[in-house]
Design a protein around this ligand. Structure first.
Ligand SMILES: [Zn+2]
Length: 382
């Protein structure tokens, strides 16, 4: 059964003697249908006493923008009824964090669909913290939304290995958006600028959106923060949980112990990402390595990923940076779920932590002036 919530806003002032009913503005009635597991569009509309004809007409009109058979659990369908006729005249559904679907009754009785940008109230915030054990824990102590902590880690995902290289006393400060609707906090938005001091080295990143609406983060000189390889093959959000519970099983690159790899402990099934673009040159069992993937990136570099529980790619496939190639497991010679990650340069296993990789494209010359203004705007606030 779906939950039906009936909101009638026009009776809220009934105990106020100074308002005469004649002068009261009666707003349109709205019904909010919460989408619970297994609820279908048709059932929800039926519960709202919508006729099958109207429900169908709305469904058909919406089709070119959104397939209402794919409504998501946890969201809601909002139906607005005309205050004079009490006929449904509008259906609203939140497509994603940026847009809503509106299906609106037209004068001729037909329905028309359109997408509308959600107009959040944006507040600019600055947060900072000194890391005691992990970025995640420090972030939560500062009452930061988990989502913004991960976004902050993403800005530096080519620069800092948050699982391996965070030091006590590391420091971060960043300027970002918080989005509100009707005064209620909804979620964080963009990060405009961020500073991170890791092991005594300071990094600063500034967001820049070009004319084509694509964005990236750049240092103060306009060099891209993005590099040809990610620092780690597992997203910060998965490794951090192991970190905070103290169940971390991690082995670093160590020439003397002959462990020429980095082990990232993460729960079974955690997605493993390709650290760079390339071609899968192996995706099969490999002795003590268990399920094993090898990606050739260029004539210089290859990366290997071992002990997987499952593959998400196959031999010969082209992959892009950040693409899920498999899932964490403990196959082969392994004592617990982790990914054993190797980087090979001209046939020799090297330490990816200490290797310097080239940046991707810098700010275009035509954008340089605009970018400098952004740096000027935020530099002193960091
Ligand atoms: Zn290992």
């Amino acid at each position: 059964m779906a939950v039906l919530l009936l909101i009638t806003k026009n009776n809220t002032k009934s105990n106020n003697p100074t308002v005469t009913p004649e002068l009261e503005i009666i707003p349109d009635r709205e019904i909010i249908l919460e989408i619970i597991p297994n609820a279908t569009y048709g059932e929800l509309m039926k519960q709202a006493n919508t006729t099958p004809e109207v429900a169908n007409a709305i469904f058909e009109a919406a089709q070119e923008i959104y397939d209402l058979s794919k409504i998501r659990v946890g969201r809601e369908l909002k139906l607005i009824y005309d205050k004079d006729t009490d006929q449904s005249k509008r259906l609203i559904y939140q497509i994603d964090t940026e847009e809503e679907l509106y299906v609106i009754l037209q004068g001729d009785g037909s329905w028309q669909a359109e997408r509308k940008e959600i107009k959040y109230e944006v507040r600019i915030k600055t947060s900072e913290g000194i890391i005691e054990s992990s970025l995640y824990e420090t972030g939560l102590e500062q009452n930061l939304d988990e989502v913004i902590i991960i976004k902050l880690a993403d800005v530096f995902q080519w620069t800092i290995d948050f699982a391996m290289n965070i030091r006590k006393g590391d420091y971060f400060k960043f300027i970002y958006e918080e989005r509100y609707l009707d005064g209620e906090y909804i979620m964080p938005g963009k990060i405009f600028a961020a500073k991170f001091i890791n092991d005594g080295r300071e990094y600063a990143a500034y967001r820049f959106e070009d004319a084509e609406d694509s964005y990236g983060y750049y240092d103060a000189e306009g060099n891209s923060m993005q590099k040809i390889f990610l620092k780690a093959p597992v997203s910060y959000k998965y490794i951090s949980s192991g970190f905070t519970t103290g169940m971390r099983y991690i082995q670093a690159f160590n020439v003397s112990t002959k462990h020429r790899a980095i082990d990232y402990a993460a729960p079974y099934g955690t997605p493993i990402k390709a650290v760079g673009d390339g071609t899968v040159v192996r995706a099969s069992w490999f002795g003590g390595y268990g399920n094993f993937i090898s990606i050739r990136h260029n004539s210089t570099y290859t990366t290997n990923y071992a002990h997987l529980s499952r593959y998400a790619v196959s031999y010969g496939q082209k992959v892009v940076q950040g693409q899920t190639i498999g899932y964490v497991g403990s196959t082969g010679f392994s004592t617990g779920p982790h990914v054993h990650y190797e980087m090979v340069k001209h046939g020799t296993k090297i330490n990816p932590q200490t290797e310097d990789f080239p940046n991707t494209d810098a700010i275009k010359e035509t954008d340089q002036e605009k970018f400098n203004e952004i740096v000027e705007k935020y530099k002193n606030k960091l």
